[in-house]
Design a protein around this ligand. Structure first.
Ligand code: C2E
Length: 770
């Protein structure tokens, strides 16, 4: 159908409507009374009227049709607009239309941006100042300008705009000039803006995550569900040695190490597949085959649909940390010198042993072991040799006990052995003897030095003596001190009286420390006589201590304490000076042939400046060196033969004579004796006491005399109490005797009087004083 322009249709309407009305008005006349009508209107007019009416109807019909079309069009437009709205809502986009000429911006947008069903129209200026973030505005304007002038095909920008809630959100705006004037100048620019806040945030988070991954010190590997690497971070390459290219596509088995069984790795993967997570320590193998310990956390990653898409493994190389931890644990529990458990680990093991023993109703024995005179050796050989000696002692000890027993070092020269499942006390004693026996062979300190050292052992038992580790250790320690007091190189089993003993020892030691300053010491002198002519050849100076608090204390008690505590050094100096002063006085009384024997502790030989001090005393007193005889005990010398020999040689050079005291108790070998620069052997009173009663002692004494003479030594018998003993010794050719038969130790005045009144010829007639 041909379309009629709206304006001409209106004009036609203006002519046709009155005509049609006229036609209609006149038509009834013609119809009702044709004869009359024919009277009034000619037929042509009637026809005209009918045509006019028909035209009017036609026009009305066209107009109606037209209105219907317009309505349909409008409905279509509305529908499209609704669809556009829907599309914008669905996409979250905003449509904007900038009318440059009218200087206004029309915006149609999703509720997120502009509010529900929002349509907005604003001036360009308002749009600029209120809607676009001031920081982004210059850039937006620049991009718009570039597009308007034709420098860009499309206007495109990412910037912030204010949303319906007044918050700044990021949008990606795109647009194009959609209308230009005849001269080509843009009239309208339209486009969309999409909310990209979340995308940008996700993008930023992704960038941050990527940066974190890149800078992480932990190795990160992304693995697919078949355990093949998808990507790895730089730390992964650094730690494993594999570059990303080398590893992507490879199965993660590539890093499996031989430290675990393949079963282990299979189990880990099973757990990961079942639970989506696994964390733990795992050995891994680097590209260069070196193995490292990793702390590994593996977790599944799910996609947007919640389906597992891959795994992420974070690997921390903890090899060094673990090593450091182990070292720390080792340091906390083990003695670094010997590698034996230390006190902490010992207490723990002892505790566990006690728990087991309680359950099984068995016994636990604690053997507390201290090396005799270790301090002296340490001081004389040097600390390095001392350390080697301790190591050798630890090895010897470990080799002696069984592997299930704990050998620990508590510090210094103190060791402890814990024996479990102890059947009986004799079994423990057997072990104690085995240990003592094991130390009868010298320990090799280095290629040149062998050192003989003996231990003293104290024993305590669970549950007999104590029920807790601390008490068991304390009691074994007490028993060990008792073993020392018993003469060392022995063992003692704890008993309650030892506590009193150790308390007494502590009291004595406390008083001993003050004794020298308080002038509580004095010397007594015991004469000795030559058997050949009955002449008094000399005296032995013996120390006495009368304590203000404790009364008279025997040297047998306080000398070992003085040696252990080191007090023997100043005390020994005092003895030396006092003895030489006495001899000087006696010499002034004419006793110029008299010698004086002075006991010297091994500690003085090893630790003091004895040769220098002696030289000084000789100089001060004017006593000839050859009238001084230093007495050292056999066992002391033998234990530290090498070091003591050096000092003895120095002393010999000064001119003093040297005697081996208590000879016969130390099992000296002849070879050693020959090497020592000594002049005299003093046979221990133990052998003399049983002379004439014990044939063994007689034989030993006779042998010692013969042996001493064969080495060119003067032999003196100590502790001679009877005439029978004297006769026997004379028979055997012993050179001198000393003992109660002749005289007990006397103070200096009485001793001087005794010597002066002594008649050599009346030897046989002198009765024993006791
Ligand atoms: N049963 C018996 N005993 C007799 C007889 N004759 C003497 N004795 C005792 O035997 C000990 C001999 O001294 P020692 O063997 O050097 O043994 C000494 C010595 O090793 C040590 N001692 C004493 N004075 C000193 C000293 O000034 N310095 C050092 N380092 N040790 C000393 O103490 C130990 C014991 O000395 P003391 O108690 O004075 O005991 C002395 C003496 O009194 C006797 O016929 N029968």
């Amino acid at each position: 159908m041909a379309k009629i322009p709206v304006t001409s249709a209106r004009r036609l309407w203006a002519v046709l409507v009155p005509t049609a009305w006229l036609g209609l008005l006149l038509s009834p006349v013609a119809v009702a009374a044709p004869s009359e009508a024919s009277k009034y209107l000619p037929a042509s007019q009637i026809a005209l009227l009918i045509i006019a009416a028909m035209l009017a109807w036609l026009l009305w019909w066209v107009m109606r049709k037209r209105r219907q079309q317009e309505k349909t069009l409008l409905a279509e437009i509305r529908e499209r607009e609704a669809r556009l709205n829907l599309a914008l809502w669905g996409s979250g986009d905003e449509f904007w239309d900038w009318n440059i000429r009218e200087n206004s911006v029309y915006r149609l947008g999703a509720s997120q941006l502009l509010g529900q069903g929002s349509m907005d129209s604003m001036s360009t200026d308002d749009w600029r100042t209120h809607s676009i973030h001031p920081d982004d505005l210059p850039r937006v304007q620049k991009l718009l300008q570039e597009h308007i002038v034709g420098h860009s095909e499309l206007y495109e920008s990412e910037h912030r705009i204010r949303n319906v809630r007044g918050e700044w959100i990021w949008v990606r705006a795109r647009g194009k000039v959609v209308e230009r004037d005849a001269g080509g100048s843009p009239l309208r620019l339209a486009g969309t803006a999409r909310d990209i806040t979340l995308i940008r945030r996700a993008e930023r988070e992704r960038r941050v995550a990527l940066e974190v991954l890149r800078s992480m010190s932990e190795a990160v590997g992304v693995i697919d569900l078949d355990f093949r690497f998808i990507s790895v971070n730089p730390a992964f390459s650094r730690i494993t040695g594999y570059s990303e290219e080398e590893v992507v596509g490879q199965n993660s088995r590539l890093l499996d190490s031989s430290q675990h069984s393949s079963d282990f790795y299979r189990r880990v993967r099973d757990i990961l597949e079942r639970t989506g997570h696994w964390a733990g320590e795992m050995w891994q193998k680097r590209k260069d085959s070196e193995e490292f310990l990793g702390w590994i956390e593996m977790s599944e990653v799910r996609d947007a649909q919640g389906m597992r898409s891959h795994f992420v493994a974070v690997v921390n190389d903890i090899t060094d940390k673990k090593r450091a931890e182990q070292e720390l644990r080792y340091l906390a529990n083990y003695d670094t010198l010997t590698g034996l458990p230390n006190r902490a680990l010992l207490s723990e093991r002892l505790g566990r042993a006690i728990v087991r023993a309680r359950r099984q109703e068995t016994r636990v024995a604690v053997l507390f072991l201290d090396l005799d005179r270790f301090k002296d050796i340490n001081d004389s050989l040097g600390h390095a040799a001392g350390d080697r000696l301790l190591k050798a002692a630890a090895t010897r000890l470990q080799a002696t006990v069984s592997a299930s027993d704990t050998v620990a070092r508590l510090g210094g020269d103190e060791f402890t052995v814990v024996l479990e499942d102890v059947e009986s006390l004799p079994a423990v004693e057997r072990m104690a003897r085995e240990i003592l026996n094991a130390f009868s062979m010298p320990l090799e300190v280095d290629e040149r030095h062998d050192v003989s050292i003996t231990p003293s052992l104290g024993i305590s038992l669970y549950p007999d003596h104590a029920l807790v580790p601390t008490d068991l250790l304390k009691f074994a320690d007490t028993a060990m001190y008792q073993a020392k007091a018993e003469g060392r190189n022995t063992y003692q089993i704890y008993n309650e009286t030892m506590d009193a003993e150790s308390r007494r020892r502590a009291t004595v030691l406390a008083s001993l420390r003050k004794a020298l300053d308080r002038g509580e010491f004095r010397l007594v002198f015991q004469p000795r006589m030559a058997l050949a002519d009955g002449r008094i050849t000399g005296v032995e100076a013996l120390l006495r201590w009368h304590s203000a608090e404790l009364g008279e204390i025997s040297p047998v008690v306080f000398i070992p304490l003085a040696e252990e505590s080191g007090l023997i050094l100043p005390i020994g100096e005092w003895v030396l000076e006092e003895a030489c002063q006495t001899l000087k006085r006696w010499r002034n009384h004419g006793l110029t042939e008299l010698s004086i024997g002075i006991n010297v502790s091994v500690l003085q030989l090893l630790r003091s400046n004895l040769p220098e001090h002696l030289t000084q005393v000789i100089e001060d007193t004017g006593v000839p060196a050859n009238r001084i005889e230093l007495e050292v005990t056999e066992s002391m010398v033998m234990q530290n033969a090498e070091q003591t020999t050096n000092v003895l040689n120095e002393l010999r050079k000064i001119g003093v004579s040297l005697a081996i005291d208590d000879f016969g108790t130390g099992y000296s070998s002849l070879v050693y004796l020959k090497r020592l620069p000594i002049d005299t052997l003093k046979i221990d009173k133990e052998f003399i006491g049983d002379l004439t009663r014990d044939p063994d002692d007689e034989a030993i004494t006779a042998t010692v005399i013969t042996m001493g003479h064969s080495l060119g030594l003067n032999v003196i018998a100590e502790g001679v109490e009877t005439e029978q003993q004297l006769s026997y010794l004379r028979e055997q050719g012993c050179d001198e005797i000393q003992g109660f038969w002749l005289s007990p130790p006397l103070d200096s005045h009485r001793c001087l009087a005794f010597i002066r009144s002594w008649q050599p010829g009346t030897v046989a007639a002198i009765p024993a004083p006791y």
